[in-house]
Design a protein around this ligand. Structure first.
Ligand code: SAM
Length: 211
């Protein structure tokens, strides 16, 4: 089951990707509420799964364009089906692509989102450098997840982390990694009852820490 979350595969993977569209809906809505989204932005959703977040972003960025990527061909198939109308309208594109090496040009996106996916990336720090590369000047990154270091429910998380091998960070570690890469204006928000964490930051080159 956890390996299917990491990379949905086959008929069950497609079923799961559709299920995540519903199961992650609350977390996604909550996370997107943490940032301001203009209606004319170009956005990228990494690890888009079944494509519900892409659809949601396209509903906000009505004059912009939204791209979803996922390295699972089955997730891509589900996400394309989910966004069929928006794809036909040329407002959305979904590609099979891995975060570690993306085909997009430098500074392509005003907003990059990652919901419940960063823990599975093969080399979080290096993959973030690639995310930073495709972030536009003044663009923002939002990472949202339900598995992060927190004293209160550390044991539950540790079991999951050990079972599958995931990137497992607390808020201070997120800040350190993101600022180390060059992002600024780090902020974090917890929904403690649900055990959700959202972190956001901006690419502001020329400012201290920026590249
Ligand atoms: C738990 S699902 C979350 C899907 C969706 N973001 C959501 O919230 O419903 C994680 C997704 O990230 C994708 N993923 C994991 N590692 C990836 C990588 N290195 N590059 C691109 N996608 C990746 C998986 O294929 C999977 O669809």
């Amino acid at each position: 089951m956890l390996s299917q979350c990491k990379k949905p595969d086959g008929r069950f993977g497609r079923f799961l990707a559709r299920g995540m569209n519903f199961g992650h809906s609350g977390l996604t809505k909550w996370g997107l509420g943490f940032i301001d989204i203009a209606n004319d932005i170009d956005a990228l959703d990494i690890g888009c799964g079944g494509g519900r977040t892409v659809e949601r972003l396209a509903g906000i960025a009505t004059d912009g364009k939204v791209i979803g990527i996922d390295y699972s061909p089955d997730a891509v198939a589900v996400a394309r089906k989910k966004n069929r109308v928006l794809i036909n309208e040329k407002r959305v594109q979904i590609f099979q692509e891995a975060v570690s090496s993306m085909k997009f040009s430098d500074g392509a996106f005003d907003l990059i989102t990652a919901f419940e996916t960063h823990y599975f990336w093969p080399d979080f720090r290096n993959d973030l450098k690639e995310v930073y590369r495709v972030t536009k000047q003044n663009g923002q990154l939002l990472i949202v997840g339900a598995v992060y270091k927190n004293k209160k429910y550390g044991r539950r998380n540790q079991r999951i982390v050990d079972a599958i091998g995931m990137t497992y960070l607390g808020i201070d570690e997120f800040r350190e990694v993101l600022e180390g890469i060059g992002y600024s204006e780090f902020d974090a928000l917890e929904e403690k009852n649900k055990r959700w964490l959202a972190v956001k930051c901006k690419k502001i080159t020329g400012k201290s820490g920026g590249r």
